[in-house]
Design a protein around this ligand. Structure first.
Ligand code: NAD
Ligand code: UDX
Length: 479
């Protein structure tokens, strides 16, 4: 197999950035260049101030500090990086399509296609192309068609190596992965290409944790993994609704069933609903594939995972409005957390956005504090949703709010105590550790009475807060 000494990665996002930083750190003999068309993003990756890296991940700054300028480079010169590389990772975004055929379901592959065309145009020698982005099964075939269409004699081997890192723990996940997956063709040159990538990962990952499969299996494994994980969250969230009616406690149930080694303790934490750029998008993609291949029962089965998640977010917002005497109009409501989970500044598909949207329909005044998310991001998320609100049953009647309305109703704070001062209610949307350590007595004294806490992550103690005087609602805990 070819020994790789020069890698290019197209897409300097949440996947491309951390993944390449770790490869560069673990493989000092390989030159790694990460390229992006977004010049600001590249400038931020190159910023001498490591606090200005475009994404926040614990441990990332140290890895970048070690490798950047040594064998890790960030650049906007995509052509040059493609030309010099022996192996090209594609980690561009593959969002849900917002137009045309498959709108609202299928993965939008236009960025992938642009990459393929650019690689085909620029390449002068043989290259191994690695799909790092999450793609529908059989995308490699489309890639091959585009890559070989120029007929300039360059040979491309296409591998699938989907990324399983989770945000907030990306560096840890990359350093000690449960597995790295590589799918390749079962031809001599295909197997050699797989071996080249195995050799890279083997610099720090035990060989038995590097799984090799056929291309299609690898592509579909990624969608399947995310569908299974999301399904666990929706399953426990479904039970949380039943707990609230019956007096059972969903956290106790999770502890009890998690001890069963066949079930396992991870991914059964009930919450206000899962978010993030992957779960919903990948399940919709899976559902679309099933419909495409005429498997309506299979499609309906997986679609239910998303419906349950929509229900969970809606249930939380509705609980807030109901508890606040059926209206939140003109009431100050504090939001602790906006990111889709702790330890990230990523807000894509965050439950907070949907809960806020529902309260804004009733003209609540929302005051947000998140340790890592910027004010512009919060406004951008709400503005984007007005144009792309999904068609779930409860939101079909929602009004589109103007940018001005959003900006007059939503205030973003740098100080959590300011966000909660004189509020009717505080809602916890993200499980940031710091929320547990707040001086809740001080918060109580500054809030309006009755003071409500809606804990969408079950991170504060209901008993302690009730002793202070709060009225507490959390997920899946019946009276
Ligand atoms: P992202 O939006 O953070 O980053 C993608 C980057 O690609 C952007 O900076 C964009 O400017 C760049 N880009 C798009 N087209 C380009 C082109 N033609 N040339 C150069 N740059 C281009 O996305 P992400 O979260 O890193 O996700 C990337 C892929 O990885 C997706 O397919 C996603 O499903 C998958 N994935 C994401 C995660 C995650 O946790 N975010 C985990 C596993 C897999
Ligand atoms: C996910 C997959 O875990 C990862 O393997 C894949 O590569 C990308 O998609 P990510 O979306 O970054 O990662 O975070 P994850 O930890 O999976 O959390 C997703 C959402 O589910 C978050 O909103 C989280 O708060 C929620 N969640 C997770 C729960 O509500 N309960 C749980 O028990 C676990």
């Amino acid at each position: 197999a070819r020994t790789i000494t020069n890698i290019c990665c197209i897409g300097a996002g949440y996947v491309g950035g951390p993944t390449m930083a770790v490869i560069a750190q673990k493989c000092p003999h390989i030159k790694v260049t990460v390229v992006d068309i977004n010049a600001q993003r590249i400038a931020d990756w190159n910023d001498v101030d490591l606090n200005k890296l475009p994404i926040y991940e614990p441990g990332l700054a140290d890895v970048v500090a070690e490798a950047r300028g040594r064998n890790l480079f960030f650049s906007t010169d995509v052509d040059q990086a493609i030309d010099e590389a022996e192996m090209i990772f594609i980690s561009v975004n593959t969002p849900t399509k917002t137009y045309g055929v498959g709108k609202g379901m299928a993965a939008d592959l236009k960025y992938i296609e642009l990459c393929a065309r650019q690689i085909a145009r620029v390449s002068k020698d043989d290259k191994i192309i690695v799909e790092k982005s999450t793609l529908p099964v059989r995308t490699a075939e489309a890639l091959r068609t585009i890559l070989t269409s120029t007929g300039n004699g360059v040979n491309f081997e296409i591998l699938s190596s989907p990324e399983f890192l989770a945000e907030g723990t990306a560096i840890q996940d990359l350093m000690n992965p449960d597995r790295f997956l590589i799918g390749g063709e079962q031809t001599e040159s295909g197997e050699a290409a797989v071996q080249s990538l195995v050799d890279i990962y083997a610099n720090w990952v035990p060989r038995e944790n590097i799984v090799t499969t056929r291309v299609w299996s690898s592509e579909l494994s990624k969608l399947t993994a995310n569908a299974f994980l999301a399904q666990r969250v929706s399953s426990i969230n479904a039970i949380s609704a039943l707990c609230e009616r019956t007096g059972a406690d969903v956290d106790e149930i999770a502890r009890a069933i998690g001890k069963d080694s066949r079930i396992g303790a991870k991914f059964i934490k009930s919450s206000v609903g899962f978010g993030g750029s992957c779960f919903q998008k990948d399940i919709l993609n899976l559902v679309y594939l099933c419909q495409h291949f005429n498997l309506p029962e299979v499609a309906a089965y997986w679609e239910q995972v998303i419906k349950m998640n929509d229900y969970q977010k809606h249930r939380f917002a509705k609980k807030m409005i109901d508890s606040l005497f059926n209206t939140v109009s003109g009431k100050k409501i504090a939001f602790l957390g906006w990111a889709f989970k702790k330890d990230t500044n990523d807000t894509r598909e965050s439950a907070a956005i949907y809960v806020a949207d529902e309260l804004l329909q009733d003209r609540a005044e929302i005051h947000v504090y998140d340790p890592k998310v910027t004010e512009e991001q919060i406004f951008a998320d709400l503005e984007y949703l007005q144009e792309h609100r999904p068609n779930s049953c409860h939101s079909s009647e929602f009004e589109k709010l103007s940018s001005d309305e959003i900006r007059s109703l939503v205030t973003v704070h740098n100080d959590p105590y300011e966000a909660m001062k004189s509020a009717h209610a505080t809602a916890i949307l993200t499980e940031w550790d710091e929320f547990k350590t707040y001086d809740w007595k001080r918060v109580y004294n500054k809030m309006l009475k009755p003071a409500f806490v809606f804990d969408g992550r079950n991170i504060v103690s209901k008993t302690d807060l009730e002793q202070i005087g709060f009225r507490v609602y959390n997920i899946g805990k019946g009276e």
